[in-house]
Ligand binder design. Structure first.
Ligand code: SAM
Length: 220
């Protein structure tokens, strides 16, 4: 199995099940032209997130890491007309591109982009929760802190998705000096001991390579 095959299968199923999407295609294009890194979720992953939020009936969504707003737009599509999405983005340039993409996609009234490091902006949204659905996709070293905050601002049934938790399998390297790997490992250890959630990790392959996500639900 190769990257080439994983990408070809993604292209095949995306052509059938996602298709051309002017708002999202334009968001990718603007992100690329603005020089943002190509690290947004893939179309199939974006649609998967959107479907999860829709299945859940989420009305309040929190996202860590907007980049150019690609996953934000997918998530916003799952919201009802009176829904709300807050996305936290540290890089002002990324946030500007995200705001432009979100506005072009017609979601500026539902989506609030908060600029700054998430650990600094989180205290300012203390009163906005509890959140029904949280997508954690910013710096991996701080996942444990983001997860702790999220749990305190959730309710029974809240869904938490954490992206890029496998990282080509490097998650099993206990001695890794990579802060991202150590952040994910600490998060996994927290999860294992946390009675307030039930969680699982799914490994994935596709156009974004070999990685995975963790899905957690807050217990009643
Ligand atoms: N969720 C986006 C998508 O799929 O379209 C991709 C997000 S990208 C993987 C990670 C983003 O997190 C980057 O835009 C980066 O600037 C942002 N970021 C990194 N550290 C952060 C922090 N401490 N607080 C908030 N955002 C951060």
């Amino acid at each position: 199995m190769t990257q080439e095959l994983w990408t070809a299968v993604d292209e095949y199923s995306n052509a059938l099940l996602v298709g051309a999407d002017p708002a999202l295609d334009a968001a990718r294009e603007r992100s690329q032209q603005s020089g943002l890194p190509d690290i947004a979720v893939s179309p199939s992953q974006g649609k998967f997130l959107s479907l999860l939020a829709r299945i859940h009936g989420a009305k309040k969504i929190l996202e860590f890491g907007a980049l150019g707003g690609y996953s934000t737009i997918w998530l916003a599509r799952a919201l009802p007309a009176d829904g709300r999405l807050i996305t936290l983005e540290a890089d002002p340039k990324h946030a500007d591109v995200a705001k432009a993409n979100i506005a072009s996609a017609g979601f500026e009234k539902l989506v609030d982009v908060r600029v700054g490091k998430a650990l600094d902006t989180l205290p300012k949204i203390d009163a906005e929760g509890p959140f029904d659905f949280v997508f954690i996709d910013a710096d991996k070293a701080n996942i444990p802190a983001y997860f702790t905050w999220t749990l305190e601002h959730s309710h029974p049934g809240s869904v938490i998705v954490v992206d890029n938790v496998v990282r080509d399998g490097r998650v099993i390297e206990a001695e890794s000096t990579d802060p991202s790997i150590q952040g994910i490992r600490r998060f996994n250890e927290m999860l294992a001991k946390e009675p307030r959630v039930s969680a699982t990790t799914i490994q994935t392959v596709g156009s974004k390579g070999y990685d995975g996500f963790t899905l957690a639900v807050v217990n009643a």
